[in-house]
Unconditional design. Structure first.
Ligand SMILES: [Zn+2]
Length: 373
């Protein structure tokens, strides 16, 4: 999540959302900034897009599902195996909680499963993983999450970091492709994870609160480039595998590089989850040109998280959707870190792709949740 995103990212994402809301009170320009949940008129426009959020981590149905119905919003509910988070260590528990959400969702939620990468050096690893994935596919799961602990945390016995292109994963990728499912790859992290602390960075609070994910200053850790090179090998070696790179494919600070990847790998698209601030920091004309050029490869996502006992309110979550939509769909001024940002006012055809069509194309079955068992 979050800054994943990370499951830990939940916290980051919410931090960002709240920052936007709070800073909205300041008005450095004469144009009034718009913040908070949708107005009635805005909500009608949002609902009409049949919006889909392809990056959510929701483990308790109430009152989250009422919000989905209110917003006419579909989600992809993503499992993550994270041994540094007590609530995300147990895949079976997570799966059963997410399935509770899916089954209660009236068709608004679909499942993205995951697998345990920590046991990668045990005998028969790939075969066991494949059996688990195939069980989840039979239950209706439409995608599989690969998380950043591959590349940034897990090491083999000789101390080498486990990378996404390790041959141990090859049969797993083949299995996902042969079932026509999608791999959601959150590999690496924002550039700022390898850089000195910078309060101006969207991820400053995340790394302050999650030092274990902060690569800067650590000895012997892989560079971001090495991790993404391994990801690119997976794209090259599995042309039949649909891969959606979470968080702009971790190329949030370099749109040129992201564009090069989208041009080079036809089996690659990216979600925008928890990286909207990076887009908002770009010049408006640059963003309009980029989104227009890659309108078939960008998929809306948030990284919102919700579980039993979550402190975040539905109003806060709704404000995340509202502020993102204002940036993409209107010429209104929103606020990011006390700075006014004018919305892109994208045409309806492009919005419809980002919010709906691309999700349907890159995640086949995302709306056919009646198939969920
Ligand atoms: Zn996430």
């Amino acid at each position: 999540m979050g800054s994943e995103g990370n499951m830990k990212g939940f916290v980051l994402l919410l931090t960002l959302g709240i920052a936007t809301v709070i800073s909205g009170g300041q008005e450095p320009t004469t144009k009034k900034a718009v913040n908070g949940p949708f107005s009635n008129e805005e909500m009608q426009r949002f609902r009409a897009l049949s919006p889909i959020d392809v990056h959510a981590h929701v483990f308790a149905p109430d009152p989250f599902i009422s919000m989905l119905q209110k917003l006419n919003l579909h989600i992809l509910d993503i499992l993550v195996v994270d041994d540094m988070s007590p609530s995300h260590r147990d895949l079976n528990k997570e799966r059963s909680e997410a399935l509770t959400v899916v089954h209660a969702s009236n068709g608004y939620a679909a499942l993205c499963t995951s697998f345990d990468p920590y046991s990668f050096n045990q005998p028969d690893y790939a075969r066991k993983v494949i059996r688990g994935l195939n069980d989840d596919f039979a239950r209706g799961a439409i995608a599989v999450k690969l998380w950043k602990n591959v590349g940034m945390e897990i090491k083999d016995a000789s101390g080498h970091y486990l990378m996404a292109d390790n041959p141990v994963f090859a049969p797993i990728y083949q299995d996902i492709a042969s079932h026509r499912k999608t791999l959601v790859a959150h590999l690496a992290d924002p550039d700022s994870g390898w850089q000195p602390p910078n309060p101006a960075s969207p991820d400053y609070e995340y790394y302050r609160d999650h030092p274990s994910a902060y690569m800067y200053g650590k000895q012997g850790v892989p560079s971001k480039e090495e991790i993404l090179r391994a990801r690119d090998h997976v794209l090259e070696q599995n042309p039949e595998l649909r891969v959606v790179g979470a968080h702009l494919g971790s190329m949030e600070s370099n749109l040129t590089e992201l564009g090069r990847h989208l041009d080079k790998y036809p089996n690659f698209a990216v979600d925008m989850a928890a990286r909207m601030p990076y887009l908002e920091m770009q010049p408006r004309e640059t963003m309009i040109a980029f989104v227009t050029k890659f309108q078939d490869r960008l998929i809306y996502g948030t990284d919102v998280g919700f579980s039993r006992g979550s402190s975040e309110t539905i109003g806060e979550l709704e404000a995340v959707y509202a502020n993102d939509w204002r940036y993409l769909a209107t010429a209104d001024t929103i606020m990011y870190k006390s700075k006014p940002v004018k919305g892109l006012d994208l045409p309806e055809t492009v919005l419809r792709k980002i919010y709906h069509d691309n999700a349907v194309k890159w995640f086949p079955g995302i709306l056919n949740t009646a198939a969920m068992k």
